[in-house]
Design a protein. Structure first.
Ligand code: C2G
Length: 130
């Protein structure tokens, strides 16, 4: 059983998120998503439209997702990898080379998948406002 883990806010869940989750699941058998809490989003400088409970619930409906856990801080990742016996951490290419993930290479495989072009939560918010 190959276990995959990914992190994110996943606000206003869109096909860029879903395509990442689909490709992440294809790298193993069990996909864990650590979704940022509202408090951690403040630390990340993000204000999500959907609150943590809603974002968690929406992710739990995605067929590729097996477990959703809270992402409360930057520092929990190594503990998460150990606690959940993770083989591979997956992130979108905007995180490629980021020390927060490169540091995990001693513990597990780290894979960066190409971001989906022309979709983002910010773009959706702007387009809808227009
Ligand atoms: N993503 C993507 N394509 C998009 C938009 C997002 O592949 N068009 C990916 C991102 O690269 C990320 C995941 O979807 O891997 C979730 O995106 P965000 O919710 O924006 O995540 P972020 O705020 O970058 O949080 O500790 C890590 C952070 O929690 C990551």
């Amino acid at each position: 059983m190959k276990r995959v883990l990914t992190y994110g806010t996943f606000d206003l869940l869109h096909y860029g998120h879903v395509r990442l989750l689909k490709r992440a699941k294809a790298l193993g058998d069990y996909l864990i998503v650590a979704v940022s809490t509202d408090e951690f989003n403040k630390i990340k400088g993000k204000k999500a439209y959907n609150n943590f409970e809603t974002r968690k619930e929406m992710l739990e409906t995605v067929r590729y997702v097996d477990l959703v856990i809270p992402e409360k801080n930057w520092e929990q990742k190594a503990d998460d990898v150990r606690k959940y016996c993770v083989d591979t951490v997956v992130m979108g290419s905007d995180w490629r080379g980021n020390e927060k993930f490169e540091a995990l290479k001693d513990l597990c495989e780290v894979v960066y998948l190409e971001r989906t072009e022309n979709v983002s939560t910010t773009k959706i918010k702007n387009d809808l406002h227009l």
